[in-house]
Design a protein around this ligand. Sequence first.
Ligand SMILES: NC(=O)C1=CN([C@@H]2O[C@H](COP(=O)(O)OP(=O)(O)OC[C@H]3O[C@@H](n4cnc5c(N)ncnc54)[C@H](O)[C@@H]3O)[C@@H](O)[C@H]2O)C=CC1
Ligand SMILES: C[N+](C)(C)CC(=O)CC(=O)[O-]
Length: 500
Amino acid sequence: MTSITKAACIGGGVIGGAWAARFALAGIDVNIFDPHPQAERIIGEVMANAERAYGMLTMAPLPPKGKLIFCKSLEEAVEGVDWIQESVPERLELKRGVITAIAAAADPKALIGSSTSGLMPSDLQRDMKHPERLFVAHPYNPVYLLPLAELVGGEKTSRAVLEEAKAKLAPIGMKGVIINKEIEAFVGDRLLEAVWREGLWLIKDDICDTETLDDVIRYSFGLRWAQMGMFETYRIAGGEAGMRHFLAQFGPCLSWPWTKLTNVVDLNNALVEKIAEQSDAQSGARGIRELERIRDQNLVGIMHALKAGDDGRGWGAGKLLAEFEEGLWAKAGKAKVDVSAAGPLRLVDTRVNAAWVDYNGHMTEHRYLQLFGDTSDALLRLIGVDFAYVEAGHSYYTVETHIRHLGEAKLGQALYTTLQLLASDDKRLHFFTRIHDAATGEVIATAEQMMLHVDSKAGKSVSAPAEVLARIAPIAEAHTKLPLPEGAGRSVGQKKHSEG
Ligand SMILES: NC(=O)C1=CN([C@@H]2O[C@H](COP(=O)(O)OP(=O)(O)OC[C@H]3O[C@@H](n4cnc5c(N)ncnc54)[C@H](O)[C@@H]3O)[C@@H](O)[C@H]2O)C=CC1
Ligand SMILES: C[N+](C)(C)CC(=O)CC(=O)[O-]
């Protein structure tokens, strides 16, 4: 079985709560056990931010949201689930005890992932029944957006379990990377710890304050890391001579005094206060949930940029997002639309999200075009022009669009689109799309568009194949009976100066 049918989160704090959101937004019911008296409120707030982030992240059809079920005991939570994610505080004795209790109560075949940031899986699995199904699944905050989980096995973990875990993460939009050998802190936290340690020295020694340090990261190598990591970036830094030249030039710096890494800074009260005060001055004006929302919106923007990378083929986390969306479209199947109904086709239901709103406080103009584009994509899928069709070398390209703005769409407003085919032949689709306010049905924008069927490799228009034309036919037949929509055939209506 390569997908998770039901999950459990043991521990629902920063990380457990965000795992729960990741599972639920992928349509998986989640049992949660966390004795914290406010666990339900906290996870509810994390879930609200996660839903807001997904609203910005994707237009692909998310499955119906999985249920969050708060359980009274660990034993109740792990019953009948096939993935258990442990996210209790980072203390070996506590984690080992919790994992041993999970193993005693759970189905022997259920996978058990630990969110530990650095404890060795061999230490965690020491006392458990069926230790072969315990592994580290180390995520990154926020788990519902950042897609990586480092998968690390202990001495008793089976390799097949790691492969199974990797396969099960893919449908929830995550990339599982299997780490060859277990070491404390794995790969990501080894790197982060090194940077953090150096950062603490820089603050302690008054070289810079926390804000300057963060600026140095976010305006420079932080941008590079999101898209190419370390070694691919440094290969380019070696110029045409590549990595060997880079290593020859910068290798000697390793023995110069460029780091204090081998010394551990004394994180005494004075240093804690210094960092906390600088951090308050830097970011204290905003609450944590507000900072989370800003972070999430930025992360979504970065992932969208990466999705368009490599000439639209997608790059890194953006390519993974595109693959996740393909899976969602495939699972949703073709839109359940009655193509011969005597009315325009209702094709997209959506909501105005935060990233769509401009300085006027309403949906910004290019998002209208996006919504019209999503609607024509939905029409194309309906007539069989899907990813496989495009990959095989044919598609429809938009050659003309006329948009009219008739009303406003505000943040959070529910919208739907309808499409009426005005004319079609073996190469052309000429249609009229309306964006409606979902509450009133009022039309707030329209677009008249023409699409041409193309041989994308040859770069020229060609007739669509018979099977596509056959799917267009019932729509065309139903829509010829409809009156021409108000506004169809209009040009931009402003009088010319010469007309007075
Ligand atoms: N915060 C972060 O940035 C990251 C944390 N992690 C790892 O995730 C794990 C959890 O860390 P956070 O979520 O940050 O901590 P947290 O303190 O926010 O959450 C821990 C939760 O566990 C609950 N808990 C305590 N004992 C429990 C028990 N016996 N059974 C069930 N729940 C229990 C607490 O009530 C709390 O809600 C740690 O292993 C940490 O290293 C991993 C990646 C990033
Ligand atoms: C600080 N940390 C060790 C808990 C960080 C992580 O484990 C991963 C992350 O999200 O940075």
